[in-house]
Design a protein around this ligand. Sequence first.
Ligand code: TEU
Ligand code: CA
Length: 530
Amino acid sequence: MSRGAWWQDGVVYQVYVRSFADANGDGIGDLPGITSRLPYLTELGVDAVWLTPFYLSPMADHGYDVADQCDVDPLFGTLADADELLRQAHALGLRVIVDLVPNHSSSRHKWFQEALADPASAYRDRYLFRRAGPDGGPPNNWESVFGGPAWTLDEPSGEYYLHLFDSGQPDFDWRHPAVHVEWERILRFWLDRGVDGFRIDVAHGLYKQVDLSDNPPSGSQETTLFHAASMPHAWDQPEVVEVYRRWRQVLDEYDARVMVGEVFLSQLDKVARFVGADRLHQSFNFPLLVAPFEADAWRALITEALAAFAVEGASPTWVLSNHDVIRHPTRYGGGVAGGERARAATLTLLALPGAPYLYEGEELGLEQDEVPPDYRQDPIWQRSKGAVTGRDGSRTPMPWTADPPGYGFTAGAPWLPFGPQAAERNVATETADASSTLAFYRRALRLRRELTPDLGATVRWLDLPSDLLGFARTLAGRGELVCVLNATDRARDLAVVASSPLVTSGAGVFVGPEHTRIPARTAAWLLADV
Ligand code: TEU
Ligand code: CA
């Protein structure tokens, strides 16, 4: 891995725009709210912020249904607010990555409206309209990721249109040249405004198999998170990487911009196809989202990821949470033990080469909230008619203070209710407590920033019992940075000799002359002479 560009090891913080900070009291987060909280992010110690979509949208999927990718939804502010956010972020030394949604648009997009209004319109072929199947139903057996068929009938014409997500999110036909031209215009629009990069939504989508034939009957054992495996004709087509080759040429006309793809595939060798010096800089590394918190599983996944992303012009990424999945302290069992495991997991990933992506609120140790059914808004919940809980529980607003009802997020009524955890887990309370999760994140991120320029690019695994994990990276002029993780539920003595710990995920790490004792569910960074 060549070193140098900021994105190769920069820490990126994902802001879920609706839920970060509400400046105008309507209960929904907005761009001026984010701008007002930028100093919090610099104090936290991250390098960049990724903003989820804030473009013009009817909000059928909370902004992932985009009606105009070059305008700001009035709910979130104005283009001037976006410019001001960029200006203030850059003044603070923070980079800004924005979300692009090229697989589909909103059904309220001007093109789709034209396509519906007149089947002979030139816009019709920019989407995927097809005649009914032989039985008069949908043209094929594809299913929406959000449940139900991936086709909706356009009654006046008797044709169906394809939507791999909500019916308000018609898929573009990427075999139409106008779609390519339009997306290059969108890239340049945001690059010229000064964004530092793009997160590309369902980057393995875009192209569909050319004749849209049925997917094989689903016998897949894969978790629904990796739906691509059960719909091979709908995702990950050979042509898609050509789009990113072209986009990379566009980005390379500018300085130090980055593209990170949301390539939702479970096999990293398939994900790796998307990254490199002539395509995407990075792709999310998602297998950890479904892995148990065990040393063996982690060692295997980390080894695999380091190898898969060891591509010139790319770098590995590390992700534990985002707005689509259950927050990781909850995945790890919740409560005190789940929180300990979550901090240990974070500290371990922060010691690896590559770019960590953090999700808003994880620095507070937030768990998944249980959103009462009456308040749920996720289209997954709605389309499944209540069969699937959906993602609202990872999207509840950010608690800034301990004061209900708005917890410093809003002066009004929050769009999703705060759960009971907000009273304890909030920025104000945790800032005042040196043993809080927030204080731990600040310590770890500060140290990471200090050490990173001197850290070696490779990882040397320590020879430890298989249920413990340890690795070392050279630290120029100082020996080695050793990271050890005890994911088990009892304290363990390790034959690792080091000086006192640099940072730990919890209390009680003891460094003796012959061994190091790591409490249950704890990770530590140690300095070792070599
Ligand atoms: O997610 C794509 C995706 O594959 C997810 O839908 C995921 O499988 C699902 O959330 C699991 O429950 C992206 C965005 O991150 C997501 O928020 C959007 O809803 C989706 O694209 C459509 O744009
Ligand atoms: Ca608002």
